[in-house]
Design a protein around this ligand. Structure first.
Ligand code: DX5
Ligand code: ZN
Length: 473
C-alpha cells in the first residue's frame, strides 16, 4: 500500500524538485494507493507546490465538426482519469486551445495558459506545448511511454513535417471567460499514414541512451522523465535528417544518434619499466589518468609502489593520478597519497574498514572518491554510496598482477551499474581495470564503462600515445 509520503519520496528519487515545471501524462497508476487516485494527485500537487504543474486537458476526441463548441469550463478531457480529476481541482487554470488545451496549477499558471490564446493548429511553437521548451520543463510519463505524446506532436509540427495536419480547417467556437464566443479555424492532426503518433515510442531508446530521458517509478508504474528542451532539439535534428521518421514503426537508425562515446584511458604503471620511470610516464601523456597500483603484500600477494613514487610521477606529468589502493588499511594512506597529488583514489569494498568513513576521509582531502570491487563482489554493494562517488572501479582481473586476461563476466556488473546510474540520474564514472586491450575495449565500452585501465597492452607498444588514442575511439 502506498501513501502520499511514499509517492512524494518516489518523486524525489526521480530527481524532481518542488519548483520544477512538470508536464504529467498518466495512463493509469499501478499499485495500491491509500486514498486512490485523488490521494496520488494530492501527492503530486503538494510535491510541486512551488513549481508549475501541468496536465494535458485535450478535447480532440469530443470537439469536432458535429460538436464544435468548446467551453473550457465544462468540457471534459479525453486524457484519462488523472487529468480529469486535476482539471476539476481548485485553482487549476485551463488554456483555451480548442482541441489541445492544458490544465495548470501554480504561481505562473495564469500567465502560462494564456500561451494558447488565439492558437490555430494543434500545437503551435508559441503555444502551451511549445512553451514547455522555454520553461525548461520536465515531461513525466506515468505508466505510458512516448506514443501519442502531444509534445512530440508539437515537435513534428514545429519542424513543419509534411502530411501531419489536415489539409482543410475545422471551424470551432470557443466560449470565452466572459461568455462570448470566439471563432477558431484549426487544422486537426492528420496523416495519410494513419496515426503516426503510435510510432513515437521509437524515441525511447535513443533518448535514454543520450541521457535526455531516464526511467523512474511512481507507485508501481514505470515512468519516463524527459528533458523537454533537449528532447525538442534532439527530435528536430532527427526530423531534419529524416522528416518521415515517425511515419513508420522502424527503429531510429543507430547512425542518427549513437554518438560514438569515446572512453577515457587510465594507464597503469604496474607493467612499465620502472628503471626508466620518467620516460615511461612521459610516453603515455595522452592518458586521461595515470593509474598507480598500490599493493601492500597483504590485501593482495604483491608489493608495488608507495607514496614517494606517486609524488615523483606527479612531478613528472600534468596527467592526473588515479591511485588504486589494494591495501588492507586504506584509511592510513588516503591523506599521504592525496598530498602526493592523487586526483582520484579508489579503496576496495572488501577491506575491513568503514566505507562511508573512507569516503568522508577522501572528501576531506579533496580527492575524487572511488570504491573498487573484486571480480566476485556483486556491484550492488556500492549502490548505497553512489551519490557520493566520482567512480566505481570494477576489477576485470583478480587484483595483484598485470598482464592477466579480461574476465568478460565482470562486464555484466558495468551494464547493471549503468542502468542504476541512469535510473538515479547520477554521473559516476564506471572504471574497468585489468586485461583490457585495443581488441576488447569496444566490448568494454559498450557495457557502459567510461574509464578503462590499461597497463600491459600499452607498455608493450612502441608508440604508446597512438595506441592510447586508438583505444579512446
Ligand atoms: C591489477 C591492477 C591493474 C593492472 C592492469 O591488480 O589493479 O591496474 O595493473 O594492468 P593490465 O592492463 O596489464 O591488466
Ligand atoms: Zn589497478
Amino acid at each position: 500500500m502506498f501513501n502520499k509520503d511514499d509517492l512524494k519520496r518516489q518523486l524525489a528519487e526521480m530527481n524532481f524538485f518542488p519548483w520544477d515545471t512538470v508536464f504529467v501524462t498518466a495512463n493509469g497508476i499501478n499499485g495500491d494507493i491509500e486514498g486512490g487516485a485523488e490521494a496520488a494527485l494530492d501527492a503530486v500537487c503538494e510535491y510541486f507546490s512551488d513549481g508549475l504543474l501541468i496536465f494535458p486537458a485535450h478535447t480532440w476526441k469530443t470537439v469536432n465538426g458535429d460538436h464544435f463548441l468548446f467551453d473550457p469550463e465544462t468540457e471534459d478531457t479525453c486524457c484519462g482519469l488523472f487529468s480529469q480529476l486535476f482539471l476539476r481541482r481548485e485553482g487549476v487554470m485551463r488554456s483555451i486551445h480548442p482541441t489541445y488545451s492544458v490544465a495548470a496549477l501554480g504561481k505562473k499558471a495564469a500567465e502560462y495558459v494564456r500561451c494558447d490564446d488565439g492558437a490555430e493548429t494543434p500545437c503551435p511553437r508559441n503555444g502551451c506545448m511549445g512553451r514547455l521548451v522555454d520553461l525548461h520543463a520536465k515531461l513525466l510519463f506515468i505508466g505510458c511511454g512516448l506514443q501519442g505524446s502531444s509534445f512530440i506532436h508539437g515537435t513534428e509540427e514545429w519542424a513543419e513535417v509534411p502530411d501531419r495536419l489536415s489539409p482543410d480547417v475545422l471551424p470551432v467556437k470557443i466560449v470565452m471567460p466572459d461568455g462570448s464566443c470566439e471563432d477558431r479555424n484549426i487544422k486537426r492532426r492528420y496523416s495519410s499514414f494513419g496515426d503516426v503518433s503510435e510510432n513515437y515510442g521509437k524515441l525511447e531508446e535513443p533518448l535514454l541512451s543520450k541521457g535526455i530521458a531516464r526511467k523512474g517509478v511512481f507507485a508501481e508504474s514505470e515512468c519516463l522523465i524527459v528533458d523537454a528542451e533537449r528532447c525538442a532539439a534532439f527530435v528536430a535534428k532527427l526530423l531534419q535528417a529524416e522528416p518521415s521518421l515517425f511515419s513508420t514503426k522502424g527503429a531510429v537508425p543507430d547512425e542518427f544518434y549513437a554518438v560514438k562515446k569515446s572512453i577515457k584511458i587510465s594507464t597503469s604503471l604496474l607493467s612499465c619499466n620502472t628503471a626508466r620511470l620518467e620516460d615511461e610516464v612521459t610516453s603515455v601523456s595522452h592518458s586521461d589518468y595515470i593509474h598507480i597500483d598500490v599493493m601492500d603484500g597483504h590485501f593482495v600477494p604483491n608489493i608495488t609502489f608507495g607514496v614517494p613514487v606517486a609524488k615523483a610521477v606527479h612531478g613528472i606529468t600534468e596527467v592526473p593520478l588515479d591511485v588504486h589502493l589494494m591495501v588492507s588499511n586504506p584509511s592510513l594512506f588516503i591523506e599521504p597519497f592525496a598530498k602526493a597529488g592523487a586526483e582520484l583514489i579508489s579503496v576496495h569494498y572488501e577491506v575491513d574498514e568503514d566505507i562511508s568513513k573512507l569516503i568522508t576521509l577522501m572528501e576531506s582531502f579533496h580527492v575524487k572518491p572511488a570504491v573498487a570491487i573484486k571480480p566476485k563482489t556483486p556491484v550492488e554493494v556500492v549502490y548505497p554510496f553512489l551519490d557520493r562517488l566520482a567512480a566505481v572501479l570494477i576489477m576485470t582481473v583478480e587484483p595483484g598482477f598485470g598482464g592477466q586476461p579480461l574476465i568478460e563476466g565482470c562486464l555484466e556488473k558495468a551494464r547493471k551499474l549503468r542502468g542504476e546510474l541512469r535510473r538515479r540520474a547520477l554521473r559516476v564514472d564506471i572504471e574497468a581495470d585489468g586485461g583490457i586491450t585495443s581488441s576488447n575495449i569496444g566490448l568494454v565500452s559498450s557495457s557502459g564503462v567510461t574509464l578503462a585501465v590499461l597497463g600491459t597492452s600499452v607498455f608493450r607498444e612502441k608508440d604508446r600515445n597512438a595506441y592510447i588514442d586508438r583505444c579512446k575511439g
